[in-house]
Design a protein around this ligand. Structure first.
Ligand code: AP5
Ligand code: MG
Ligand code: ZN
Length: 216
């Protein structure tokens, strides 16, 4: 099974990814996570990507497309299927993905768009924090760890906030992506693949709606 999970910054892509991969065992590929890992490892990819991600801009398509093309050819993905989180984000990326999947004799099964109002997004990003050990995502009000200061998933006590979640970057990220996401949604809608999910619900209810589409 191959899934795309789309949504504006803070819509809940990462949060829903954790739930979906628990139940369905598809390989989670988040381009944002790949860039953040490369930045923290100070690889050539990371040094280049940092120029864009820190400012909340999109990394150029040549870089992002090459990276995803390479990842989609790995054995784990070919065997288990994938869930792409945060890719494609431009219509050129969507076209590159279509053509790469053709070459791999593969196809998309579901495209989800988690629909959330921009005002809600700002609120979610400002309260978000992440586990430094395992990357699990939390929110100080909406999704705190069960025991304060301890990661539910791995027990770590170490958390961080993302550089691009600073208030002055958030508005720019949301506006930029609102403009680039529209033609992609039209593209997948015309192919009959798009499922719009109401993201203004609890995390559990958003996931329930996703599950209702995928089935058992
Ligand atoms: P990326 O990491 O993908 O960031 P993003 O799109 O801005 O999305 P986020 O990760 O911020 O939000 P999310 O939807 O995952 O929300 P989350 O589940 O965490 O990309 C980062 C950067 O990398 C980009 O800006 C760009 O520079 C670059 N990049 C990445 N992909 C690229 C591409 N394809 N092309 C070019 N450049 C690319 O949830 C947010 C918060 O809300 C959390 O605190 C969570 O606990 C809470 N929450 C979630 N769901 C709910 C709910 N239903 N109710 C209440 N709270 C909720
Ligand atoms: Mg994310
Ligand atoms: Zn953890």
């Amino acid at each position: 099974m191959n899934i795309l999970l789309m949504g504006l910054p803070g819509a809940g892509k990462g949060t829903q990814s954790e739930l979906i991969t628990n139940d369905y065992h598809v390989v989670h590929i988040s381009t944002g996570d790949i860039f953040r890992q490369a930045i923290s490892d100070k690889t050539p990819l990371g040094l280049e990507a940092k120029k864009y991600t820190d400012a909340g801009n999109l990394v150029p398509d040549e870089i992002t497309n090459g990276l995803v093309r390479e990842r989609l050819g790995h054995e784990d993905v070919l065997e288990n299927g994938f869930m792409l989180d945060g890719y494609p984000r431009t219509i050129e990326q969507a076209q590159a993905l279509d053509s790469n999947l053709d070459k791999l004799n593969s196809k998309l099964d579901y495209v989800f768009y988690i629909d959330v109002d921009p005002d809600t997004l700002k609120d979610r990003l400002s309260g978000r924090f992440m586990c430094s050990e395992c990357g699990a995502t939390y929110h100080k009000l909406y999704n705190p760890p069960k025991v304060e200061g301890v990661c539910d998933a791995c027990g770590s006590h170490d958390f961080y906030q993302r550089e691009d979640d600073k208030p002055e970057k958030v508005g720019h990220r949301i506006q930029l992506q609102m403009d680039s996401i529209r033609p992609i949604l039209e593209h997948y809608d015309s192919l009959g693949l798009l499922h719009r999910i109401n993201g203004e619900q609890s995390i559990e209810n958003v996931y329930r709606d996703v599950r209702n589409v995928i089935g058992e």
